[in-house]
Every structure is written in C-alpha cells, then in structure tokens.
Design a protein around this ligand. Structure first.
Ligand SMILES: Cc1ncc(COP(=O)(O)O)c(C=O)c1O
Length: 438
C-alpha cells in the first residue's frame, strides 16, 4: 500500500496535475465586456424612450428563459435578490420567517434586512437541506414565510414544504443562490416558491464575480421587485421623464459590463452543470467502494448541480484514532498533502453566529426587538444534525477549484487519494484545526 504523502510517499494527485481556476474567462467574455465600453452605455440610463440598458434587458430575458420562468430581475448580489424576493412576496417587519440552520449567512441576513425574524430549523442528515419534519414545531401566529435553501445545488423538499405552507397559510420563498439549473421532480430551481433569489458571485456555477437575480412567475411580485430594486421609483409610460416614488426601497441596480459578461457565461452554464454531474458520478463511484466515506445523497426525482460536493465520514467504519472534528481535520490535512483541494464551507449552525446569537449587544437593535415579549434565544445545541454534519464532513474542491470546473482525470486522481487516505486511516493523527475563511 503506497505511503501517505504526508509521511513522505508520492502524492496521489501529481504536483503538475492540471487544475482549472474558477471562473473561466474566455476571449468571448472579454469581447462582450469590451463591446459595452465601446457602446458607452454603462448603466440603466433614463432616456426619452424609457430605460436604456440593452445588456441588462437581454440578460433578464435570457436567464428567465434558461429557468423557464416568467420574470428575472438582475440585481447586484444574491443577498439583494433574496431580500427583494422576501419583501416583494409580502414579508413584512416583525414577521417570522422559517429557514434552514445550514446556509450562508446571507440567508438570515436577507430576512433581517426585511425587518423580519429568522427562525431556524435543523437539517435532514442526508440532503443537508432543511428538514420539513421539523418545520411545524416552529410555526407561531407570527410566522409568515418559509425561506427554503437549495444547499450545495440540491433543491429542498418542496412537496413537503408546500404542503405545510398550504396548511398554515404561509408563503414559500426560495434561496436558489447555489442552484441555477437544478430540478425537483421536473420543476426548475427558482420556480419552487413565490419568488427566488440567485447569486452569480465568483464562487457559483453561474459566475460573474458579483451579482444576482430575483426570479418569479408572479406578475405582481415582479412589478414590486422592480420598484424595490430602483429606490422605489418607476417611470410611468405616459411620462417617461417623471419618476414616481412608490416605496421606501434600495439601490440594487446592476451595471451593463457584468450583465454582458453574464450573458456569455450563461451560455456555458448547462455545460458547467453537466460537467459537475459527470465529475460527481466519478467521485460517487469511488466512494461507494470505500468503507467509512459517504457520497452526497441525491433523492430520487432531484437533479443537483453540485455547487459543493460534501463527503461524510462514518467514524464507526474507520479504524482511526482521532474522532469528531479531529478526525475530519486529519482527513483534510492528509488529502491536502495528497494534492486534493478540500474545504469546510461553514463551521457552525447559523444561529450560533454572533450576528444571530448576540441579541444583547449589536443584536439588540435588530428585528427581535419588535416582539419584546418573545424569547428568541437559541443555541447551537438545538441543531444537532447541522453540528454533526460540520464535525463529520468536508467538501471536495474549493471556491477557486470547484469540482464542476475540473477534468475527469483529476476526479479519478481525487478518488484514488480518498481511497488511499481511508486505507491509512489508522495512521492519521490529530492535525491542526482546519482553517476556513467562511
Ligand atoms: C445559499 C446562499 N444564499 C445567499 C448567498 C448570497 O449571495 P451573494 O454573495 O451574491 O450576495 C449565497 C452566496 O454567496 C449563498 O450561497
């Protein structure tokens, strides 16, 4: 059995193995951005004919068509898109919004920006999406919406979520930031709630650096979204130079250059997602033969876009001295020495982050104060499945080198590295705690 690289053996992934840095920028991308500069329409200009923003208009049409949705509104970030989706759907200050204990902090931040209160639900241990079986226990007379997250590019369980929402008269809003192109029983991500937010931040399968969308099939939500994006203004058809202020809103406008780049990247998105699925299938093939390591679980009827590929350790099946976080960190260190890119992507349930948990300092001014009679205190211990996921799993690939950008041969090398480290589990020793920027 070859020696572990961290003990002086040869790396499973050679140092000169080709890896693709993400996002990929092609000559076509550069030409599209240069053409905007040549045209010198850099923003949504108000003209006598109305707004002039050809790239934004085309991008909104093309992304809506990609999703099969009626409307897409381009905005300057996924957090902005989610915030708009919540408010345009009808979430108001003081409402409670149920969401997953596992997501990026932007998910509860969007709820808080709406003046609403995030109420968390633990995750399903296999899909890592919010567990519908735990939603009803969190519903109160103040609950207005469920903000489901399609984590890692896999849609949440919307049949179960919708049934609960219907029973209790709640809105469903979708955080599809990681999931453009994913499907749930034939329905596309972004069309599974009243409105959805998407991100095109640099780490995403559909990547433009920064930016996002609000998507909806509902005309009224669409109109409200457009006002919210544009500091509450519209240009009435009978007088395109006069602005009407409808609502207190924000400036979530976009620039033409990123829209032009997004249009070209969007043409490649189906191919990126397909590569992600093909590479995931290669990794799945290795993992099914490696005792003690488990591949991501994709329920029947779901198609994931593998924004992240999370590997779960089964400590009982691994003859390794370290346990818990220490075992995970030892695995990550050994894989890194083999030349594999790994990432934690998150470290604690969202309610454990100071933004949420510090209800006494800075947190005192946040929307919790709208219901002073309610105790919203929470602790990470209330989310044991999310905690266990963090302790016993890690992601293959990272933001710079995600699996959906890589070659099949690199995935085979990753598979060999996983097999090698698992076989040597008995030699692993507690490594330094894994560092993460997330
Ligand atoms: C699940 C999820 N929600 C929301 C966001 C926020 O998107 P952005 O960073 O574009 O604001 C992200 C990504 O960053 C995300 O992964």
């Amino acid at each position: 059995m070859p020696t572990l690289a961290q003990n002086g053996g040869a790396r499973a992934v050679p140092a000169n193995a080709a890896k693709t840095y993400w996002p990929v920028v092609t000559p076509e991308d550069k030409r599209a951005v240069a053409a905007v500069l040549d045209r010198n329409v850099l923003w949504a200009m108000t003209t006598l004919e109305g707004l002039r923003c050809p790239e934004q208009d085309a991008l909104e049409r093309e992304f809506a068509a990609f999703l099969g949705a009626r409307h897409a509104i381009a905005v300057n970030g996924g957090t902005a898109g989610l915030h708009m989706a919540l408010v345009a759907s009808g979430v108001q200050a003081g409402d409670e919004v149920i969401t997953s204990a596992y997501s990026f902090l932007a998910t509860p931040a969007a709820i808080l920006h709406a003046g609403a209160i995030p109420v968390f639900v633990d995750i399903d241990p296999r899909t890592f999406n919010l567990d519908p079986g735990k939603i009803e226990a969190k519903i109160t007379p103040r609950t207005r919406a469920i903000l489901a997250v399609d984590i890692h590019g896999l849609c949440a369980d919307y049949d179960a979520i919708e049934a609960i929402a219907k029973r209790h008269g709640l809105l469903v809003v979708e955080d599809a930031c990681q999931a453009p192109g994913a499907t749930y029983h034939g329905r596309g991500a972004g069309r599974l709630g009243r409105a959805a937010g998407f991100s095109v931040n640099g780490t995403k399968n559909f990547s433009v650096g920064e930016g996002g969308f609000m998507v909806t099939d509902d005309d009224e939500v669409y109109y409200r979204g457009n006002w919210l994006k544009q500091v509450g203004e519209t240009l009435p058809a009978d007088n395109p130079t006069m602005r009407h202020q409808h609502l207190l809103a924000w400036n979530y406008r976009v620039q033409e250059m990123p829209c032009a780049l997004a249009r070209v990247q969007l043409r490649r998105l189906a191919e990126v997602n397909e590569r992600g699925r093909r590479n995931a299938a290669i990794l799945d093939g290795y993992l099914q033969d490696i005792p003690g390591l488990r591949a991501p679980y994709i329920p029947a009827g779901c198609v994931s876009v593998y924004h992240k590929y999370r590997v779960t350790l089964e400590p009982e099946a691994l003859d390794a001295p370290p346990r818990g976080h220490a075992l995970r960190d030892a695995f990550m260190a050994a894989l890194t020495a083999e030349g594999v890119d790994v990432d934690l992507w998150g470290t604690a349930p969202l309610p454990a982050h100071p933004m949420i948990s510090a209800r006494h300092g800075f947190g005192r001014g946040l929307p919790w104060s709208l219901h002073p009679e309610v105790d919203y205190s929470d602790s990470a211990d209330q989310y044991p499945i999310t905690q266990r996921m963090f302790a016993e799993s890690f992601c293959l690939g990272n933001d710079e080198y995600p699996i959906y950008a890589q070659s099949e041969s690199l995935m085979h090398a990753y598979g060999e590295a996983l097999r090698k480290v698992a076989r040597h589990a008995g030699e692993l020793h507690a490594a330094a705690a894994w560092q993460t920027a997330t």
